[in-house]
Write a protein that binds this ligand. Sequence first.
Ligand SMILES: Cc1cc2nc3c(=O)[nH]c(=O)nc-3n(C[C@H](O)[C@H](O)[C@H](O)COP(=O)(O)O)c2cc1C
Length: 342
Amino acid sequence: MFLKRPFKLGNIVLPSNILCAPLAGCSDIPFRKMTTKYRPGLVYCEMVKMDALVRNIPKTFRYLEFEPSMHPIGGQLCGSKPELAGPCAKIIEELGFDVVDLNCGCPVDKVTKDGSGSGMLKNPELIGEVISNMVAAVKIPVTVKIRIGWDFNQIVAPQITQIAEAAGASAICIHGRTRSQAYKGPANWDYIRDCKQVAKNIQVIANGDIVDAFSAEKVFNHTGCDAVLLARGTMGQPWLIEDIYRHFEERAPLIRTGADYKQAFLEHLEHIVTYQEAHRAVLDLRRVGCWYLKRGHGARELREALNRSRSVDEVRELIAHYPWHQIHFSPSNENTLDSCLI
Ligand SMILES: Cc1cc2nc3c(=O)[nH]c(=O)nc-3n(C[C@H](O)[C@H](O)[C@H](O)COP(=O)(O)O)c2cc1C
């Protein structure tokens, strides 16, 4: 099996074609510390708005912080103004990112109402214009992340693949859902296959419902894609990257036990404590704890106690004293994707 391979993106070669998605509100430094341990081909930061970036909003720059060990790393821009695209891509490049991506998938009303995010799907030519300006402004590869269309009556992914290629994007990532699906229902990989069929040189990255090594293999075989992008599957399961590598290398799977989940949660906790002030850390821990426990049967009491927790020390105690060996962790499946969404 040669599904895992180095991945050429413009003038750089990523160590693998298994990539980690931008996840607003989730893929912060602590989260990326957990996933990059397993050496994904690339990890993306949370999206930032072009308007906020050019206005030098400090919070926006905080989303773009990273550590040297996180390379290769991508920054993602969200916006629909072609005149901002070049300068913003340049800022991302100057911050030291290896890749800059354009977000054409965010379904949130607040974002789409000015035509950004998945609002861009209604104007494929504009996507081409924005990408061209990004490409002209930087030397790093430019990628674009789209959904298959606004709704099932307007499937535009193959058309946008061609437009993005003509505009000079090195890769297009297709989330196999429409905007109207938001995050519900299955991802439609058939449309990703259609994109791969019309792509000449642009790399095609498949995204949606890749939750374990088997779904990763399936999406490669189904679509012929060049790479895959993992998203919710990595929440509470940072080792998903390693699981996929092992499977593709025909190595025996590692069975993740309660002790593994406990250790990962504790490790994630320490990263959060280093990164956030105390009050915010507790809120993050409740949320992150839910990710680590969502596949666990026999974890209800711990989940409930975490949700009531008021301090980091209390969370540490809860984790330390819970009988993790009694929790049964089921393998990933689609049903766990929806839970614990913020
Ligand atoms: C909480 C959350 C935040 C997300 N934030 C972003 C984002 O900032 N940029 C982006 O392009 N996609 C974002 N996405 C979409 C994911 O990257 C991915 O496309 C989507 O979850 C589908 O993959 P999955 O079915 O494997 O989760 C987000 C998804 C979730 C659930």
